[in-house]
Write a protein that binds this ligand. Structure first.
Ligand code: ZN
Length: 90
């Protein structure tokens, strides 16, 4: 939901939890494409948010983390060669 960059469904800052899950699933095989997509979103969001809050210049790092930080954290948590998904507890 631009230019506020809130989730249309839950109203949380995008990408919210559900959006991250959906994006992770959608780009599971192409994390680079996910990064590129998020980077373009980040770029737009910084422009939009800057126009909304012209005096608020301290948030760029936070916005960066919000858009691009989570896939990196997600990936660093799991070694890439570990067994992908073993649904043991279902
Ligand atoms: Zn949401």
């Amino acid at each position: 939901m631009r230019p506020l960059w809130l989730c249309r469904r839950c109203g949380h800052p995008w990408p919210c939890g559900a959006a991250k899950v959906a994006l992770s699933a959608e780009y599971r095989d192409s994390p680079v494409s996910l990064f590129l997509y998020l980077a373009s979103c980040l770029h737009d969001a910084i422009d939009d948010l800057h126009q909304l809050h012209p005096n608020d210049t301290g948030n760029t790092a936070n916005v960066f983390d919000r858009f691009l930080g989570w896939p990196a954290q997600h990936r660093s948590r799991r070694p890439p060669t570990a067994d992908p998904q073993t649904p043991e507890e279902t």
